[in-house]
Design a protein around this ligand. Structure first.
Ligand code: SF4
Length: 218
């Protein structure tokens, strides 16, 4: 690893030693459903919904034949409930028909499920099957661009760049730590740049924290 890459890995580890997903789930199928629900929604809200829903419904057979309206009502507060309900229902059907009721453990098979894109499949690979993957969500994309690890708005291109830059055995923890860093420190608006260990090479730092430009107190 070059110096900058090593610094990013070690400093993120220091900041978030217990890197884990904030979504709550027990089984690969619950991982899949929770990740589908988390699009454009906070993990906290998803957990509130699934905490109740999984007590009664947490298997593909529960959702495959559930009336769409009932499923929409269950997940309504997660937003985009019509599309999310369709994805969960159709993915459940395919899991039953093509995969004998088990969430597939290959990336390609996961991507073949309705409503499951690269990001969702990558998160399921990490959380359900301990795979090496770097899912790129809005936080990972923003942080990667700020740190000069990617220069793109395309999550797939960003994922490829990160895979080329970081050793494979760091991918999963790096993803989780970048999500937490983006969510709590390197926020889209008003990032907490003061004291950031990446300040010297960050491309979008807030300049007022630069030593030479610090505002004088009066
Ligand atoms: S200096 Fe600011 S914008 Fe740059 S990585 Fe750190 S927190 Fe994010």
């Amino acid at each position: 690893m070059d110096k900058k890459v090593n610094l990013i890995v070690t400093e993120l580890e220091k900041m978030f030693p217990e890197a884990k997903s904030e979504l709550v789930f027990q089984t690969p199928f619950e991982v899949l459903v929770s990740v589908i629900l988390s699009a454009q929604c906070t993990d906290k809200r998803v957990n509130e919904v699934t905490n109740e829903m999984y007590k009664k419904y947490n298997k593909p057979e529960d959702f495959a034949n559930m009336p769409l309206e009932q499923l929409e009502n269950l997940i309504h507060s997660c937003g985009f409930y019509h599309n999310k309900a369709l994805s969960i229902k159709n993915a459940s059907r395919e899991i039953l028909e093509r995969f004998n009721g088990e969430v597939p453990s290959s990336f390609e098979d996961l991507c073949s499920l309705p409503g499951v894109g690269r990001k969702t499949a990558n998160v399921v690979m990490i959380e359900a099957f301990k795979g090496d993957a770097i899912p790129v969500d809005t936080h990972v994309l923003r942080v990667s661009n700020r740190l000069g690890l990617a220069k793109t708005k395309n999550p797939d291109v960003c994922e490829e760049n990160l895979k080329k830059t970081f050793p494979k055995d760091t991918w999963a923890s790096l993803h989780k730590r970048m999500v937490l860093f983006g969510r709590y420190k390197c926020k889209a608006i008003n990032p907490e740049c003061e004291g950031c260990p990446f300040y010297s090479f960050c491309l979008e730092k807030v300049e007022k924290y630069s030593k030479g430009k610090a505002k004088k107190k009066v």
